[in-house]
Unconditional design. Structure first.
Length: 121
């Protein structure tokens, strides 16, 4: 099950690799025991160098060749977690005006998903 450690909402004109550094540093400040990150190939170079400067490891999931198909377990967890968050009606579109309310709603939506999943156990 994917659990959110840190949420950061930013403008659409900021590339994910640049904002990924801020997210990783924020998560690292909140949870100093983090040993590294697992990212896709788009985060190569900028993000990878920033994380290595912090003394942490980066596990990059390689791209799959066009004629092959395979499930990438860690990547699937991330994609599935983000899909669950998008089930929240308020997060399905960009209705929020402030960044703080958007970040809060992501946390609320994820918490609701976790509570529903725990109730099934």
């Amino acid at each position: 099950m994917g659990n959110l450690l840190f949420v950061k909402v930013h403008a659409a004109n900021i590339h994910d690799t640049v904002s990924g550094e801020a997210v990783f540093v924020g998560a690292l400040n909140k949870y100093p025991s983090i040993k590294g990150a697992c990212v896709d190939a788009g985060y190569r170079k900028t993000f990878e160098n920033a994380v290595k400067v912090l003394g942490k490891t980066v596990d990059i999931s390689e791209k799959i060749k066009p004629k092959e198909w395979a499930v990438l377990p860690k990547r699937w967890i991330v994609e599935r977690t983000l899909a669950w968050i998008n089930h929240s009606r308020r997060l399905s579109k960009d209705y929020e005006i402030s960044v703080a309310s958007e970040e809060s709603l992501v946390c609320i939506s994820h918490s609701a998903t976790l509570f529903r999943r725990l109730a099934r156990l």
